[in-house]
Design a binder for this molecule. Structure first.
Ligand SMILES: [Fe+2]
Length: 308
């Protein structure tokens, strides 16, 4: 067990690169991307702009889809400093999704015992200098890289890098804050450069961050749940409720499978009863993508008519 980079059980013991076929099938070409941007529903866009201080602490601005054509929006991403996320690829781009699921099944087959019961995808188009802050995902992830180059930093999933108290808060949607981050964590990172045609996966919950390497990047981030990950997410939710009531719940990595399953079942009842209402307020939007302005982020001047 000593080579595992995480305290959580699961088939993936450390970050690992696999081949995929999505680039060869033409999904990352300009014409295909412009067309998908044109038709993608505006409510499925997340557009972020991250800034960092000298201690590596992040601040976030968020954008609206705005009225640019797909072609112009693509150009704004290439010129700017934007991170554009198209949620719901399962329905938003079914051809890409079918091909990605085929590749996913081949990757899954290399991990004995791994069985996803639900998959979802987000297509990420990001500017040459975009960076994604330190965070964890409450799911397994396969990151299919399609275009450009990006550097992935993957950190150990121990209490020092991934405190369960913070995980509970994220799983129970009590904060938009990610995990606490310190520059000293960099000594512990597994660093991997992704080229088009590489798919990266890492242990369940492993904290990570991303730096684009001076090129416009396209990736499909596929997250998946297995029964064990569902049980553990449910246990983290239940622990969040117990903690909010003054309890001091045990770490989930010390719980047996029946204990995790019982806490997952409890989490369903607690959610039905309305425990831990999401405290994440709707984001105020700060900008919309525009060509020829700093970072590709144009000011919003009052209520914008998106037909312009
Ligand atoms: Fe992530």
């Amino acid at each position: 067990m000593s080579d595992r980079r995480t305290r959580y059980p699961g088939p993936v013991a450390e970050a690992q690169i696999h081949p995929h076929s999505l680039v060869d099938q033409g999904f990352a070409e300009d014409a295909a991307l412009a067309a998908v941007l044109d038709r993608y529903p505006a409510e499925l866009f997340d557009i972020n702009l991250y800034d960092y201080d000298d201690a590596g602490q992040v601040s976030l601005r968020t954008g609206t889809r705005g009225g640019l054509s797909g072609e112009k929006l693509l150009e704004a991403i290439k010129q700017g400093r934007l991170w554009v996320n198209l949620r719901g690829v399962e329905t938003g781009w079914p051809e890409l999704w079918r091909a990605a699921m085929k590749d996913f099944r081949a990757i899954q087959a290399t991990y004995p015992g791994m069985r996803a019961v639900r998959n979802a995808g987000q297509l990420i188009l990001s500017s040459p200098k975009a960076r994604v802050p330190y965070h964890f995902d409450a799911a397994g992830v396969v990151l299919f890289h399609l275009r450009g180059r990006k550097r992935l930093f993957v950190y150990p999933g121990d209490e020092g890098h991934l405190p369960e108290r913070n995980m509970e808060q994220v799983v129970a949607r009590q904060t938009t804050e990610e995990l606490p981050y310190r520059l000293a964590f960099e000594n512990d990172a597994q660093v991997m450069d992704l080229e088009p045609g590489c798919a990266l996966t890492w242990p369940l919950y492993a904290p990570h961050r991303v730096e684009n390497l001076d090129r416009f990047c396209v990736s499909l981030s596929m997250d998946f749940q297995t029964w064990p990950s569902r049980f553990r997410n449910g246990a983290l939710f239940t622990n969040a409720v117990l903690r909010s009531l003054g309890g001091r719940p045990r770490f989930t990595d010390r719980m047996t499978n029946p204990e995790l399953a019982a806490r997952w079942a409890a989490s369903l009842a607690l959610k039905r009863a309305g425990a831990m209402k999401s405290r994440i307020a709707r984001f105020e939007r700060d900008f919309e993508p525009r060509l020829g302005v700093a970072d590709g982020a144009g000011a919003l001047d009052g209520p914008v008519n998106s037909s312009s």
